[in-house]
Design a binder for this molecule. Structure first.
Ligand code: UDP
Ligand code: MG
Length: 317
């Protein structure tokens, strides 16, 4: 059982030595307990401009567990993670993804491996409490999860990108051909047997957050638009709602007109504003439905993954 811990790093020189030390200890423990035969750490340097890559080279020379991939430019956290997971899908039996800053509890990796050995293909690391986050981060994050659910994208509450994935789920994941990555949504869309491991999220060990508000907002927007065409459907619903209002307005306008309580032109204006507004929005919504279909088709996602097969169809029988 070969396990790879994939760690995306962007300008993480302050924390990398400690990360290597702590992850190595966990892997040693797993090997000593016979739960893993080989444990590796794979750093993916996401185009850092500080000493991160030199450190990775040094650690890999000193420590046989450590390896590194260097991306040619800052492609972003999700892309860097993908690069590591793609490598792991070929070379490992399972991969754990974790941030470099030690905010996630490295000891939970042991519990994840136990769940994996017990038959789970995906083990989500779920934060118990957001006590170390600022008031702002905590509430914006909660809003994000609620919005994602309302928009129909299925994500595990309070789970970021700290998780274990078995080889077959990694292979399933890398068969997604899309370029806009929202990994936590994609992984939960795979649907293999999964488990959760709860942990307390800590403060960043050293260095600064590489996710300012602007990046967080574009990530959230990416998440919604990558997984849902519901915003497009909202336009149709709004349009139909406006047409309904126009019907009420027509009745109201005619009654007022007959009773002579209007000034000339008011009735026709009132009715046309609502009706035209509603028709335009409905038209846009219908176009949106087609755009949504085109969008789903161009992604060319795999249609299904077979979780189990029995009897004569089994590959190894
Ligand atoms: N990261 C990356 N590329 C980027 C930004 C971040 O690989 O463009 C990595 C970073 O090194 C860290 C992880 O993504 O390992 C999460 O970033 P960070 O801890 O700064 O985010 P936060 O926890 O503040 O949301
Ligand atoms: Mg962090």
């Amino acid at each position: 059982m070969k396990l790879v811990i994939v760690v995306p790093c962007y300008n993480e020189q302050e924390v990398l030595a400690e990360t290597t030390r702590q992850l190595s200890l966990v892997l040693e423990e797993l090997e000593a307990a016979g739960k893993v035969s080989e444990g590796h750490i794979l750093y993916v340097d996401d185009g850092s401009c500080d000493d991160t890559w030199n450190l990775i080279c040094r650690f890999s020379a000193e420590n046989a567990r450590v390896g590194g991939l260097r991306l040619a430019h800052n492609a972003g956290h999700q892309q860097a993670l993908w690069a590591g997971l793609e490598w792991a899908s070929v070379h490992a039996d399972a991969a754990v993804s974790i941030d470099a800053d030690l905010q996630d509890d490295v000891r939970s990796i042991i519990a994840m491996v136990d769940e994996w050995r017990d038959g789970s293909d995906i083990v989500y690391g779920v934060r118990r409490e957001r006590t170390t986050d600022t008031f702002f981060k905590k509430h914006t994050a909660q809003l994000f999860y609620k919005l994602m659910h309302a928009m129909g994208a299925n994500v595990v509450y309070n789970h970021a990108d700290f998780r274990l994935m078995s080889r077959r789920t990694l292979q399933a994941l890398v068969s997604f051909p899309e370029r806009n990555l929202f990994l936590r949504g994609m992984v939960s869309a795979l649907g293999y047997p999964s488990a959760k491991v709860y942990y307390d999220r800590k403060e960043r060990q050293a260095g600064e957050s590489k996710y300012p508000l602007s990046k967080m907002l574009s990530f959230a927007l990416d998440g919604i638009t990558s997984f849902s065409v519901r915003p497009l459907r909202c336009i149709s619903i709004l349009g139909l709602f406006f047409i309904l209002i126009s019907l009420v307005a027509i009745v109201y306008g005619i009654v007022m007109h007959v009773e002579g309580r209007t000034i000339p032109g008011w009735t026709s204006l009132l009715v046309s504003v609502w009706f035209i507004g509603g028709s335009i929005l409905t038209g846009l919504g219908i176009i949106g439905e087609y755009v949504g279909k085109v969008y789903k088709e161009v992604k060319r996602r795999p249609r299904y993954f077979i979780e189990q097969a029995v009897g004569a169809v089994r590959k190894d029988s």
